[in-house]
Write a protein that binds this ligand. Structure first.
Ligand code: F6R
Length: 254
């Protein structure tokens, strides 16, 4: 894995948008694996700006999102479908029918997970998977556990994740207890992975993921086994890596 240091959130977002743009320009019908949460918002904003300037064309791009809350419709303002429409899809020339987010309302959530894996397969796999990281090391909603789950599956969200995401809801009681998430196998089958991390709350998880043992107890640690991972992290998120490794530069090959 290659770690790039960014000065701050803005710098991280701009660097990330540069890599995503490069993918879109090099392969105009690329399959982008997309993430939600606060981390990628700045990168999406930058992509919108470059699209508005006429520098980016999403007309043939296909996308698959990592996850969705179980029980929320795409119209719910905290659903991940709503987030994607609001932060990116409604503002660029991507065709909505080419965008995929698991359905939170599917009657049979297990069947929806199998359908979603089929969608990823039919698209021919993911060219570039964008990831954030949870304070507990989760990627997608693959929470710390005893095994790496391969396919898309239904998860019970940890209290820590629900508490952390409660900031987007009016109270923690409104945060769904379950979600549908792409599995570790799906994420690992992406040709390239781009993980973003910002803020001190991510420092421990980022250190453990990059330098600790590969274990489902820290789901992002599995990325050490992928041969094309780029991490862009701001100084606050890098604090523990800097401290424990003594690395002072801008690029670290691990
Ligand atoms: C979002 C996702 C999550 C987030 C993670 C970090 O689609 O899959 O893994 O990337 O929870 O969230 P933020 O960016 O809000 O800190």
């Amino acid at each position: 894995m290659r770690i790039y240091a960014a000065k701050d959130y803005k710098d991280m977002s701009r660097k990330a948008a540069n890599l995503i743009s490069a993918q879109v320009i090099m392969k105009p019908d690329a399959v982008l694996g997309l993430a939600t949460g606060s981390t990628p918002v700045g990168a999406y904003e930058q992509l919108r700006e470059w699209h508005d300037k006429g520098d980016l064309d999403f007309s043939a791009i296909r996308s698959v999102n990592l996850d969705e809350y179980k029980g929320l419709s795409g119209e719910h303002d905290q659903s991940y479908r709503y987030f994607m429409n609001h932060n990116l899809f409604d503002h660029v020339n991507i065709k909505k029918e080419n965008t995929n987010v698991p359905s939170g309302l599917a009657q049979d959530a297990e069947a929806e997970c199998r359908r979603y894996d089929g969608v990823i397969r039919e698209l021919g796999g993911i060219d570039l998977q964008l990831l954030g990281i949870g304070g507990n090391g989760h990627i997608g909603f693959n929470e710390p556990c005893d095994v790496f789950e391969k396919g898309t599956h239904v998860v019970t969200l940890t209290e820590e994740t629900r508490r952390s995401n409660a900031r987007f809801f009016s109270s923690i009681d409104e945060v769904p207890t379950h979600a549908l998430t792409m599995g570790i196998g799906g994420i690992m089958s992406a040709k390239k992975v781009l993980l973003l991390a910002s803020g001190e709350a991510k420092a421990q998880a980022l250190y453990d993921s990059c330098f600790g043992p590969v274990t489902p107890g820290v789901p992002a640690s599995v990325l050490q086994l992928h041969n094309d991972v780029v991490i862009i992290a701001d100084e606050a998120a890098l604090a523990m890596i800097r401290q424990k490794t003594g690395w002072e530069g801008e690029v670290y090959d691990n």
